[in-house]
Design a protein around this ligand. Structure first.
Ligand code: SF4
Length: 386
């Protein structure tokens, strides 16, 4: 049974130029009607998935922009979950929010409804950069939203993006310092990736968008990591930093530890046990990334799953190595040996300052995180597929 639940709310006020998440602008005038219909669909999907969901330890409401829903809709979803599955006392309940779609009243109501962690998509504290991303908010709105969030939520995260078109190292550092002035217990800092099927990705492909050079990207990552460390935030995953203990995102840690979770909503993914399977295999499934298909399937009493992948022993091992090396916990030496890897042969990573290796675990250092793709793929290539 999964003790973690992801809920995808696929609506946004408008599409940001770099975004490849499944999100669609609300059809004007249909907002509240669609919101009601979607909430009903989520409840139906929960019932369809009842055999896979246990008492919940973490719930993550993501999107899209879940904060454009009324607080009452979020409250109804959480109440339904609690009545049907139970939510553990002390469970982590996160909701993503856009700075321009929260106000005092909504945040207070969300806190009352049980949401106890907000992840706010600030991305930058520079108005020109926000405009170039086609974000709907500006820096002043982000600051205003953070002031209100801090009033109701001791646990919150600020999401930032670096490596933006035309961005300089100094400009990025000003954004990091502005974020730290709110004393966040958690920050996520992602490098902007030009995804092929986005407006931004197409501009990069034809050479129209000038991205910072590699050395600047390295400087942005390293300097930000130092500033976060100086503010007491532990670098616990490649792109995530948190005050130790309570503030690490438990929901995401479950993903990185290859835990089970159920995902509901259009385009949501799940990782579940295969019932009565003695080999301990699991299955990863994806819901249809299409609102009409999703709603039609659910209203027809069928799960809207369009893709299923069985994770056998070898796939599970690969995932453990790949996911573990993205985190400060690293991967167990035992798992590396099960993959037929020559563990003493990994000493070169240690000598180059890219990893730490002790009797039980291999962990990448900050320098190793910077080139993690290269390290992980070289380790993957050495797995014995015998
Ligand atoms: S608000 Fe987030 S989910 Fe919506 S379009 Fe922008 S980046 Fe994508």
């Amino acid at each position: 049974m999964a003790g973690a639940l992801y809920i995808h709310i696929p609506f946004c006020l408008r599409k940001c130029l770099y975004c490849d998440f499944f999100s669609i602008p609300y059809e004007s005038g249909m907002e509240r009607e669609m919101e009601k219909r979607y909430v009903n669909a989520l409840k139906s999907e929960l019932i369809l998935r009842k055999d896979n969901i246990g008492t919940l330890k973490t719930i993550y409401i993501g999107g899209g922009t879940p904060s454009i829903f009324e607080a009452g809709s979020i409250a109804r979803i959480l109440e339904f979950i609690n009545n049907n599955f139970g939510i553990e006392s002390g469970a982590e309940i996160t909701m993503e929010a856009n700075p321009s779609s929260v106000d005092d009243e909504k945040l207070r109501a969300l806190r009352q409804a049980g949401v106890n962690r907000i992840s706010v998509g600030v991305q930058s504290f520079n108005d020109a950069e926000l405009q170039s991303l086609r974000r709907i908010h500006n820096a002043a709105e982000a600051a205003r939203a953070l002031d209100i969030i801090k009033k109701y939520f001791g646990n919150f995260s600020i999401d930032l993006i670096y490596g933006l078109e035309g961005q300089r190292v100094e400009g990025w550092i000003r954004t990091v310092e502005a974020a730290l002035s709110f004393a966040p217990p958690h920050v996520s800092a992602y490098e902007l990736t030009p995804e092929a099927d986005t407006h931004f990705g197409r501009r990069v492909k034809i050479g129209e968008a000038a991205l910072p050079v590699e050395d600047d990207i390295v400087a942005m990552y390293s300097l930000a990591a130092e500033l976060f460390a100086g503010a007491g935030l532990h670098h616990y995953e490649i792109s995530n930093f948190a005050a130790v203990g309570f503030f690490l995102c438990r929901h995401n840690q479950n993903y990185w530890r290859r835990g089970l979770y159920a995902g509901i909503g259009a385009a949501a993914h799940s990782h579940l046990k295969i019932p009565a399977d003695e080999r301990n295999y699991t299955v990863r499934t994806s819901n249809a990334a299409d609102l009409t298909q999703y709603l039609t399937a659910i209203e027809d009493n069928t799960l809207p799953v369009y893709e299923t992948t069985v994770i056998d022993g070898l796939e599970g091992l690969k995932e453990d190595i790949f996911l573990g090396l993205r985190t400060a916990e690293g991967v167990s030496v035992e798992r590396l040996r099960e993959g037929g890897l020559d563990v003493p042969g990994l000493q070169a990573l240690v000598e180059n300052g890219l990893a730490q290796l002790d009797e039980t675990r291999l962990r990448l250092t900050r320098k190793g995180f910077l080139v993690s793709n290269r390290i992980i793929s070289s380790i993957m290539d050495r797995i014995d597929y015998g």
